[in-house]
Every structure is written in C-alpha cells, then in structure tokens.
Design a protein around this ligand. Sequence first.
Ligand code: NAG
Ligand code: NAG
Ligand code: NAG
Ligand code: NAG
Ligand code: NAG
Ligand code: NAG
Length: 747
Amino acid sequence: MTKNQVIVALGLVCAWTWMQGTHGEYLIGVGSYDMTGPAADVNMMGYANFEQNTAGIHFRLRARAFIVAQSLQGPRFAFINLDAGMASQLLTIKVLERLHLRFGNLYTEQNVAISGTHTHAGPGGYLQYVVYSVTSLGYVQQSFDAIANAIELSIIQAHNNLKPGSIFMNIGDVKDAGINRSPSAYLQNPVEERARYPTNVDTQMTLLRFVNGASGKSIGAFNWFATHGTSMSRDNKLISGDNKGVAARLFEDWFASQNKSSFSNTNSTIPDIWQLVKKARSIKATGGKDCNQKASQASKVRKNDGSLFVGAFCQSNVGDVSPNVLGAFCIDSGKPCDFNHSSCNGNDQLCVGRGPGYPDEILSTKIIGERQFKTAVELFESASEELVGKIDYRHVYLNFTDTEVKLDSNKVVKTCPAALGPGFAAGTTDGPGVFGFQQGDTDINPYWKGVRDLLKEPSQYQVDCQNPKQVLLSTGEMFDPYPWAPAILPIQILRLGKLIILSVPGEFTTMAGRRLREAVKETLISSSNGEFNNETHVVIAGLSNTYSQYIATFDEYKQQRYEAASTLYGPHTLSAYIQEFKKLAQAMVEENNIPMKGPSPPDLSSVQISLLFGPFADSPPEGIKFGDIKEDISFPKKGYFTKGDTPSATFWSANPRYDLLTEGTFAAVERLHGERWIAVYDDDDLSLFFKWKVDNSSYQGLATVEWEIPNDAVSGVYRLKHFGATRITILSHISYFAGTSSAFAVQ
Ligand SMILES: *[C@@H]1O[C@H](CO)[C@@H](O)[C@H](O)[C@H]1NC(C)=O
Ligand SMILES: *[C@@H]1O[C@H](CO)[C@@H](O)[C@H](O)[C@H]1NC(C)=O
Ligand SMILES: *[C@@H]1O[C@H](CO)[C@@H](O)[C@H](O)[C@H]1NC(C)=O
Ligand SMILES: *[C@@H]1O[C@H](CO)[C@@H](O)[C@H](O)[C@H]1NC(C)=O
Ligand SMILES: *[C@@H]1O[C@H](CO)[C@@H](O)[C@H](O)[C@H]1NC(C)=O
Ligand SMILES: *[C@@H]1O[C@H](CO)[C@@H](O)[C@H](O)[C@H]1NC(C)=O
C-alpha cells in the first residue's frame, strides 16, 4: 500500500467505526433505584406466614429498568424488574398515573411491563386484593410507596439515559438452579409431550446485553430464567432479594470490578498486624451522634448517580420450579416425603425442601444466585447475536371470570370465578402451609367445610366449574370488604426484533409455559409472511403487571397439588391464556394498531384496610443516646480478626420505619485510610447484616451490625457503623443519628 492508500484506508476504518459507534440499532436506556421497604414489623410477601415479619436487612431490594426505542418518535417499551414477590395491579395503576403526568402518553399500560423476581423476603402489603394482604394485616402504605417511587425513578433514569446503542442476545443453560417440586403433577402431562424435553424444568436462560453505541461500553444486561425465590425460608426475617437478588448484586459488582486496573483499596506493602492492632486499640466507640438526612447516603458504597451498570435477573415460568435442589425430606425421619402428596405420614408440615447449602439458607441463597450469575457472565461475554428489527407491543385486559374457550376438539368451555383448593392451604415443600391439608387433596373435611361456609359457601356453578378442584375458598365470589381475588387480568406481548417477551400475570408451571411459548411462536410464524420464523425466540416474563397466582396445565390440574389448587380460574385457565395470547400475536402480525383494551381492572386504593399501626415515637432509655453502643466488638483471643470471622456490634436504636434510608444504608463497615474513615461495605453487601429487634426487657430497639469478613477484604483497621432515624415525640420531626463501634484490626 502507498502512503495515500493507507490514509484512505484508515479514514474508511475511522468512518466505519464512527458509524458503528454512534448509530446503534436502537435507543437504549437503563435505570435502577432502591426499593427497600420497611425493615421492621411488616409481614413478608410470599409464604403467608403471620410470624414472618421483617427484622433487618441482608441486602437491599432494587427496581431495575430498561427502555428500548426504535427512534425518538418510534415505538418503545419499558421493562422493569422488581426485587419483589410479584407485580401488583395497584402499583401498576398508580405508577402509570404518575408516568402519564410526567411523560404524557409515552409510557402506558400498553408498553410498560413490571415484573417481580418472586423473592419471598420482601415487605408485603402492596397488593390490592384481600387474599394477598391478609397476613400483612391489610395494606401497608410504606411498602407500596417504596416500590412505586423506585419504579418511577428507575424509569425516569432509563428515559434520561436513552442513547443509540445495540442489543445482543445469548441463550444458555443454568445448571442445578432448580428442580421440579411437583414432579408427580408433571407426570400427568402426556407421555409424548414429556418425551420432547430432556428434563421436567426449563434450564434455559435468555440474556440481553445492552451496549452504548458511542463508547462501545456495556451499560446493562437483563436475563430471564425460571426458579423460585424461596432459597430463604419461611422463617427468615431479613429483607433479601433471594437468589436472583444475589445474582444481580454479584453481576453488577463483577462488572464494576472488570476494568479497574488496580483495586484502590490495595496497598503494596502488607501492613504489620501488630501495628494495626495497636492502632485499632486506640480508637474507641464514638457513642451516638446526631447527623443529617444525607449522612447515610454519603456512606453508600455504590452511589446511584444514574450511570451505574444495571444487571437484572428476571423471573419466567416458575410455577413448579424450586431452588431447593437437594429435594424434599421429612424433618423427623430424614427420609424422602410421600411422592404424590409431599407429606410425612400425612403431615404436610414435616416435608421441607433443602437448598444446596442445607441447613444454611443464606448459603443456599448464595449458591443458587452464583449459579445464575455464572451462566449470565458466560452469556454476557460471548453474546454476539445482534438484535435488529421492529420494536412493537400489544396489551389487553381480560375478564377471566367466564372467558369462553374453544378447545381443539371444537368444544366450547369456560373459565370460572377465582377459587383456591385445599392443596393451596397445604403450601409447598418450599414453605409448608396449614396443618391438616395435603397437596393433591380432592376432599375437604367437615370442620374446614364449616369454616369455609362461614366465610362464603361456594355457588353450585362454581363447584361444578372448578371440578376436580374442591373449592376451599371461593375468592372470586367474595367481595367483602373488597374483592378477594382479581377477575380482570392483563396479558402483553413485547417485541424486540426476533425476541418476543410474554408478560404473564402469574406463575406458569414448566409445561404450561412451554405450551404458551410454542402456541405464540406457531401463531407468529403461520400468520406472518416470513417476518417471523423458527429463529423467533419467545420468553415468558413471569409475575408481571398484576398477580393471579398459578397456571397449571389441564393435565396437572387433575392432581390438585399446590400449583393446580392455586390455578384460580379452573381447569381451562391455561387454554384461555393460550387462546387470548394467540389473538394478541395475530394482532401484532397483522399490524392491527388499534389498541385492544378490554375491561379496566378496578382501582381499590380507596377501600383498602390497614391494621398495622405505628411506630409513633421512639426515645432512648435514661442517660443513653441512640447510636450508643450496647454491645461492642468482642475480640477473639488472637487480638484481631481474620477472613471468615464475624465481628458484630449492637447499638441502641429506633425503629427503622421512621426513614427507610433509601439509596442510603443502616449499616457500614469503615476502613481507616490514613486519618480518614471510608465506607467499604454497606447494607447492600452480602457480607454485611443489619439486624433489628426490640429488647424484650427494656422494650427498646436494638440494631446489630454483623460483618462476615469476606475473602477479598484487605488487611487494615476497621469499625462498624450504624445509621438510624427517629421521632422523639409523635409531633416532632424525624431526626437522624449514627454511632460507631470500637476499631479492630483485620488480617
Ligand atoms: C473492559 O475493557 C476492554 C478493553 O477496553 C473491553 O473490550 C471490555 O469489553 C471491557 N469489559 C467490560 C465488561 O466492559
Ligand atoms: C402416585 O399416584 C399415582 C396415581 O395418580 C399412582 O399411580 C402412583 O402409584 C402414586 N405413586 C406413589 C409413589 O405413591
Ligand atoms: C367479569 O365477568 C363477570 C361475569 O360475567 C361479571 O359479573 C363481572 O362484573 C365482570 N367484571 C368486570 C370488572 O367487568
Ligand atoms: C430452523 O429451520 C431450519 C431449516 O428448516 C433448521 O435447520 C433449524 O434447525 C431450525 N432452527 C430451529 C431453532 O428450530
Ligand atoms: C498504605 O500503607 C501505608 C503504610 O502502612 C499507609 O501509610 C497508607 O495510608 C496506606 N494506604 C492506603 C490506601 O491504605
Ligand atoms: C428475651 O429474649 C431472649 C433471647 O431472644 C430469651 O432467651 C429470653 O427468654 C427472653 N426473655 C423474656 C423475658 O422474654
């Protein structure tokens, strides 16, 4: 090449790179916001266990959002993943109202999808139907507000971040992160159908990698994979994102550490431990000190300035998939439970699933999270298939009370008003329910029939319609003091090139999900002119937009295990979904752009009942200030701590509900840098625990900060810190305080 040719060639390369760089296929924005609700007194959503009330934080909950747009004027949609048990109709309604005020008609029910990860370790009380707020003693405004604000703010962030970029998709398998918890029900599905699949759960993870067009930098990744958020048990009281929350924390931290040349904490000269011990011994607990509202946010390790990489782990057809992969065993005998009923000599409460870290549920949560995280990293690093083509969406509301369904045989059947069977009361091997019920029960004893009839005797129509489910609670026929179950449900299809996302308002079982995905794909292919083909990839986004419990197949329904007993609208529930999703897919292919509406779901905010009161005011005992140490660090014999040790300190404190310290922290581990203390871990770290309780003799609040020193902690001088807020009298303003432990050395 001559010199001129080289210059021309370089110019072309630059121009090409520039074009590649600034003109991505889509506009993409990501956002994330803290949605951690009240860390004391509020019943957790998921296990319906009256005794499972929040009492601290393992790590924080987040709303993570992405928005994709064809162009500024073109079609767009927003997808929000919540570290929550599920989406809620009331949340969706109220968030859409806020988005309307802010953005006009840019984000509506049509093109916004809000999905829950299904953690069972988040505060409840944010759903509007009675069944979902019995154990939380009704509606909990604080829970609701934390989530609604986070959804709105994560969308605003993603919206403000919209920039040209590219999206890459990758698909792979996650190993050992889920087993079928109702295998006997799965076996009811036709043998030819089962023969088409290698296992009785879906192991596939679908991942999207979002890349900024100008910088070529990755800005986020979302993936979908099915496994229950029940690694943390029904006895846990610490707020936690469960295994998907762990995976997201690991993934975002992994990304942040990727291109850091040297970890700023490291010090080439390893300090002498006795120097550190000497230094640490000279620094005592500070005692409680007043501080301002922003103090806790200033100690946040990952500050949310809107530019954070967002990694989200979303839920899919999770109905019968348990993360307790060692299987279920009788807690008395240690033997496997009864196969068909998941009970031990007829007792459902003795049969409990084991996670891979058994008996340590926090370890199980980490292991199942790590397994998803590892697959996600592999898929992320090797994602090379760029998505191109249309962005589109369709959404409709349906009244599931009596939808007519035309079966393949041309027979017309109907869905039923919502109802729960006795298998629902039995609970699952992830969290057993009420004594006296078993999964698979198709009978109700006279005592429980009597109790049921006091609440509501089901109509004969309902009894016939739900058969072979026996009706334990006819929730679709119960309206006092307000409706017990939803009747109106949204279904939604989002399209991103060849990727199709199905937002479903519940938990499809493995086989139910497979049938739905296939039916939609077939419809798209057969009714389009090659625009869709067998490369079209369909994923299910579970627990989206509202919640209506489970969707089992017609065959599984016959066995009436938990998932079938919780399939609200009768034996043909799945057939109704498939029929209606096919119509929606058809409308998308035909470019029928008239929004399909259907009947609007009710807004029940004005009739909600709240029976959880307080806290009204908290003040410390005589002579003590909030933030003062109750129990300081207890030093081991060797005089310092090493990796794996757990230094902890307990502080006099107020109820954490006075201020949720959103995007802040209740706890921090600080390390001494010269003469400055720098927060290096906070209550969003898996190694740091914030535990709250009321002292049972003085009735005073106590906050314990506990640090499991991780393997990557650097040697140095550390201390534990607690932040809190209180109201001294019912009329006073919120005031803020902090306290620190004595210093200690870590090697
Ligand atoms: C780290 O930097 C390299 C080189 O700049 C880049 O190719 C890579 O994608 C980056 N890794 C991540 C996770 O961004
Ligand atoms: C489970 O129930 C089925 C009938 O649905 C029966 O054929 C089978 O033997 C039962 N299995 C066990 C292990 O009890
Ligand atoms: C749903 O359908 C049932 C049965 O037709 C009807 O009674 C009910 O009013 C409908 N609900 C709404 C909100 O339209
Ligand atoms: C798509 O169809 C082609 C040709 O019929 C076939 O070779 C390929 O395996 C199919 N791919 C998938 C994902 O089914
Ligand atoms: C590194 O070690 C030296 C000597 O012990 C100390 O003066 C310095 O503050 C340390 N730097 C950091 C970042 O900890
Ligand atoms: C107070 O709590 C401790 C531990 O939680 C327990 O051992 C003790 O019995 C309780 N005391 C009273 C008076 O309830």
